[in-house]
Design a binder for this molecule. Sequence first.
Ligand SMILES: Nc1ncnc2c1ncn2[C@@H]1O[C@H](COP(=O)(O)OP(=O)(O)OP(=O)(O)O)[C@@H](O)[C@H]1O
Length: 261
Amino acid sequence: MPKLEPHTYPAIAFDGVSKRYGATAAIDAVTLEVPHGQFVALVGGSGAGKTTLLKTINALIAPDAGVVRVEGRPTAEVEPPELRRGIGYVFQEIGLFPHLTVARNIAITPRLLGWSEADIAARVAELLDLVALPREFAARKPDALSGGQRQRVGVARALAARPKVMLMDEPFGALDPVTRAALGEDYRRLHETLNLTTVMVTHDVMEAALLADRIVVMKAGAVVADDTPRALLAGHADPDVAAMMQTPRRQAERIEALIHG
Ligand SMILES: Nc1ncnc2c1ncn2[C@@H]1O[C@H](COP(=O)(O)OP(=O)(O)OP(=O)(O)O)[C@@H](O)[C@H]1O
């Protein structure tokens, strides 16, 4: 086993980060660190500030106060294209270009970076393998794919330039439960094998509990809970957090009773 160099900085760090829209504090003084290799689920009610916080990481949103650092570098001091090259981004309406083939969609960043056609073709094949899509799909247009297959293309595109950080905003939200679970599990494996740091926004607490190492719960822009799924499932002082974590727990207990009762 090669000896891993210890990381000097956390992969992502928020230090007193706030963002207001008029009277609304979309993010309210958030401070937290995400170490390398961690899989964090960001959960909370609608309007809690999850997407806003996620978008400060790749500088799609600039905070009004505080500093966001990626690999120790304040994002405000890095040119956005350079910053985003190291950060994959997957969202629900994946935004594939309908007139471009799957291969072209996946290769957008490598092409911008001026890779050779041979390197691009090799990388597209490798990425299709990684996300478990047949290589023949390279020539198809997105509308000839299922929703789950399109999301796989979205993940492949986000991974194209070998980012170390992945941001995911309800990536599997529009999919049926079986496809959603399969994609979640496949992505978790990619997170491990590619040694990624992942922050995933999800409404689904069950998904968060099953995929993530750590769950960060937001309410009105602030972090109200931050712990392992196991610790949060055991209970929490904040009644909203406790209620939120009760749902998957009760569902699991009911299913268990159905199977064995
Ligand atoms: N561009 C904007 N202009 C004005 N208000 C905004 C803007 N973007 C977000 N907000 C407000 O900031 C708050 C946080 O929004 P955000 O999208 O981060 O929440 P969220 O937790 O991701 O919600 P959801 O789960 O519904 O997607 C909300 O009250 C929202 O209305």
